[in-house]
Write a protein that binds this ligand. Structure first.
Ligand code: ZN
Length: 451
């Protein structure tokens, strides 16, 4: 699991500036994204949206919330995953959020094809300026999406919009043949305010604040769910098993180690508990304990790409890059070079500081960004490889990609100009450098006009 640093999003638009925005970040994890995508797929289809165009994005925020903002993206807080007991509950939330998308309850941008464009365009519309937390974070790369995540806290829907999203969500669940039981359970849970974690009540109730909840809503939902033939359909058991894994790994990743060990004590030897502890120990540099958990997981499932990924990550981040290569190479192969895993593998190849590995690193990273451009960390790594090879124009182009994605527009413009000057005229890379230059310049002009 890769954590794309903190973003200090400063809300400049007066209308939205009721409260200062909290630091927000996006969590990207191959296993989690694959699961959320699969959980959403039948609902996306039922909603008449194009499956490939709807992204489910995980926000590193402990409060219970989910929202949509621009384009076709559903944001889900880590706190919501923690609060949900079943994959079916989360599917209920996704169905409801899709209802907000199809209902047009959001600021939309008609050209929904490119997520990166949506991100920057929406930021401009709302007048959001970003301040980067520091050079280290900038190197890691921060997705602009983090800004939108912050915005979501302050965009509340009206009761009319809530009812319409509820009705649409119920329709999508029904069409997909998924029971509304989880949805009902989750809303009841929120209503009863059962969930009070170690954070303020305000934050606990984020979902209720952005999606006003009433007794009427719940009884209306119950009526339509119960009448539906899907009501008695059993939820997919394999999704539930995967959900429990993802939930545990997320828990271990975001929480204090002591809290994880309370919830997943050493006495538990099941997969979710070991998974949670592998991350929990790694967080506090208890490398041997963390590796013991990953070995136990791999003993149960030697070809599980995500177990291999976490083992590789622990080894890499504890300074054992050479040892990390084998599990990461295998994890990449098993997932058909899943871009986030391939990025980690590319990082490990570079971290060996063995020039013989750089060619493979370049190949792996290029393939990763070709499939998933929104990966500032992969661009950063690719820049390192080009730099080591003495290919300065491409090193600067990779920097430009990373900088424009993380909102560092002056730097992106400068990098793009240097790249353009050094690349063969008319080549795809040269065209790309021009595009980035234009995008950065437009963003800078927009910012100046706002002032
Ligand atoms: Zn809502």
């Amino acid at each position: 699991m890769r954590y794309l640093a903190h973003l200090l999003a400063l809300l400049a638009a007066a209308t939205l500036c009721a409260q200062p925005a909290a630091a927000q970040s996006i969590l990207r994890d191959a296993e989690t994204e694959a699961l959320l995508q699969e959980m959403a797929a039948p609902l996306v289809e039922a909603a008449g949206l194009e499956p490939g165009n709807v992204d489910i994005v995980l926000v590193n925020d402990p409060s219970i919330n989910a929202f949509v903002a621009g384009g076709q993206v559903v944001y889900i807080h880590a706190g919501l995953i923690e609060a949900a007991d079943t994959a079916n509950e989360v599917q209920g939330v996704i169905a409801h959020e899709l209802g907000h998308i199809t209902g047009g309850h959001i600021i939309r941008h008609s050209d929904g094809a490119n997520a990166a464009n949506n991100i920057s365009i929406l930021s401009m519309l709302l007048g959001v300026g970003a301040a980067l937390a520091g050079a280290g974070d900038a190197a890691m790369g921060i997705l602009m999406a983090g800004q939108r995540a912050a915005i979501g806290k302050y965009l509340a829907f009206s009761r009319v919009q809530e009812s319409s999203a509820d009705a649409a969500g119920a329709e999508y669940l029904s069409k997909a043949g998924i029971t509304g039981k989880g949805s009902l359970d989750f809303f009841k849970k929120l209503q009863n305010q059962e969930f009070r974690y170690g954070i303020s009540q305000d934050d606990d109730q984020a979902f209720v604040r952005t999606h006003p909840l009433s007794g009427d809503r719940i009884s209306t939902l119950r009526e339509s769910y119960i009448a539906d033939p899907a009501w008695d359909a059993a939820p997919d058991p394999t999704l539930q098993i995967r959900f429990e894994r993802v939930k545990a790994k997320l828990f271990g990743y975001v929480n204090d180690t002591s809290r994880t060990l309370q919830k997943y004590p050493e006495s538990r030897t099941d997969v979710p508990a070991r998974y949670a502890r592998a991350y929990a120990y790694h967080k506090v540099a208890l490398i041997d304990q963390s590796l013991a958990e990953t070995e136990a997981l791999l003993a149960m499932a030697p070809d599980d790409p995500y177990f291999l990924e976490v083992k590789g990550q622990v080894l890499l981040e504890s300074g054992r890059a050479v040892d990390a290569l084998e599990p990461l190479r295998k994890a990449s192969a098993l997932t058909g070079n899943q871009p986030l895993i391939a990025t980690l593998f590319g990082h490990a190849l570079i971290a060996t500081e063995d020039k013989a590995n750089y060619e493979e690193a370049e190949r792996v990273l290029r393939a990763a960004v070709a499939r998933d451009r929104l990966n500032p960390f992969a661009w950063y790594q690719l820049g390192v490889v080009y730099d080591a090879k003495g290919d300065m124009p491409r090193a600067r182009l990779a920097s430009a990609e990373q900088q424009v994605m993380t909102g560092q527009f002056p730097a992106a413009l400068a990098s793009a100009q240097v790249a353009e000057a050094g690349l063969p005229v008319g080549s795809p890379d040269w065209i790309r450098a021009q595009d980035i230059g234009l995008q950065a310049r437009a963003a800078l002009e927009e910012a100046r006009d706002r002032r």
